[in-house]
Design a protein around this ligand. Structure first.
Ligand SMILES: [Zn+2]
Length: 414
């Protein structure tokens, strides 16, 4: 067994670091960790880095060729085909999305500047604007959205859902259990290897229940990371086909993208990923005692889970970061922004916003209302605050303000 790491930092993308301070982590710390990017040619390693601020990380010109056809639309060729593209995941009640209609002539050349009329087969369930923006009002479907240009229709069928009930029915009581006492513990340890400065961690961290009041001396980085992964494991049922950025459920998505987590003793490390023994490990610094103390309860743990998802999204690879958003407006600002909030291609901050806002509005249901009232209010307020902390991270098309308006979910467990 090879225990020694090869020490190659295969940096897919650096991130606005700052575990525990999601709203304003500028990325100065973590981005400084960026080095040789994609040197190994590992699949997809370079794609996510475009505009990610990595030193010497010139954005490739890939994709530019596909747009050249736009210039050919000086002809009066009639529209022959209309193709409508939409988010692949089902839409949740209350959600909006912008559909795109692509027009081509009989020869396949892209046509622009033509009038397009949009219509919905069930406007009461899902409306569509003159600009192709759909708004989901009620569960059901499929609703067929049609774009017509010069008499030629193209359509897409969309399904609207109320949300998903995950495997966590009462998150407050869920957090009483230590990860090592969970039946899924062995699976989680097998699926996600923990490392400390590249060296595998084999022991089981001690934990005295209830986890919510575990002594701080036991609340190590290893312990709370395992609790965050336990949350991911039980949050996952029902999320297959529901997450906007992957057809997989949350846990399989994390598991197939990252082999584990590499805890770093050096400060301000938060990035994806280290390549160790040919596998990708999400890297994060060990936390201070006060930060670890916040990881005994849902707000701190959900923040960690969202950060893990942020970093793993880079390994998809998802879109990289840029600047120019309200939080980081200047060309000289750290790369703490996503270019846009597009459900069809979410960036890493978009993933964080989506997770927190979905937990806040109950479309990703974990039984927060089952907690004592004051606890539930605090959890929901925190989820709203965390989600809204990302709204100024988008250069264009920022997401809407998060709310707690939804009450999806079954009865609380006895
Ligand atoms: Zn990032």
């Amino acid at each position: 067994m090879r225990l020694v790491a090869i020490g190659l930092a295969l940096v897919l993308a650096g991130c606005g670091g700052g575990e525990g301070t999601p709203a304003k982590d500028g990325g100065a710390g973590a981005d400084s960790a960026l080095g040789a990017d994609g040197a190994t040619g590992d699949a997809g390693a370079r794609d996510g880095a475009a505009g990610d601020g990595a030193a010497g990380d010139a954005a490739p010109a890939d994709g530019a060729a596909a747009d050249v056809a736009v210039a050919l639309d000086a002809s009066a060729a009639p529209v022959a085909t209309v193709t409508v593209t939409a988010p692949s995941a089902p839409m949740v009640v209350g959600a909006e999305a912008t559909l795109t209609a692509t027009l081509r002539d009989a020869g396949g050349a892209l046509l622009t500047g033509r009038a397009i009329a949009w219509s919905s087969s069930a406007p009461a369930r899902m409306s569509v604007s003159a600009g192709g923006v759909v708004h989901a009002f009620a569960p059901g479907g499929p609703v067929v959205i049609t774009a017509t240009s010069e008499g030629v229709p193209g359509s897409v069928a969309l399904t609207i859902i109320d949300g998903v009930a995950t495997g966590i029915a009462d998150v407050y009581r869920f957090l009483e259990r230590c990860p090592g006492n969970d039946p899924a513990y062995a699976t989680i340890r097998a699926d996600f290897q923990l490392r400390a400065d590249d060296v595998p961690i084999t022991g089981d961290p001690p934990c005295t229940e209830p986890y919510l009041t575990v002594p701080l001396a036991q609340l190590t980085d290893e312990l709370y990371v395992l609790q965050a992964l336990r949350i991911a494991y039980y949050l996952s049922p029902g999320t297959e086909g529901f997450l906007p950025w992957t057809p997989l459920g949350l846990y399989p998505w994390l598991h197939t993208r990252a082999a584990g987590i590499n805890l770093k003793s050096a400060p301000n490390q938060l990035y994806c990923c280290d390549q160790l023994d040919g596998k990708l490990f999400f890297a994060m610094s060990r936390q201070s005692a006060s930060s670890r103390d916040s990881k005994r309860d849902w707000p701190g743990l959900s923040s960690s889970l969202a950060f893990i998802a942020h970093e793993v999204r880079h390994a998809d690879p998802g879109p990289g970061h840029t600047n120019g958003c309200p939080a980081f407006p200047l060309p000289t600002s750290p790369y703490g922004c996503d270019q846009t909030y597009d459900l069809a291609n979410l960036g890493s901050y978009g993933v964080q916003y989506w997770l927190e806002s979905s937990l806040a509005d109950g479309s990703l249901y974990i039984g927060i209302p089952c907690a004592p009232t004051a606890v539930a209010q605090a959890y929901l307020a925190d989820a709203v605050q965390q989600a809204n902390g990302f709204i100024d991270r988008f250069v264009t098309n920022p997401p809407p303000t998060a709310t707690t308006r939804r009450t999806y979910g079954g009865p609380c467990p006895p």
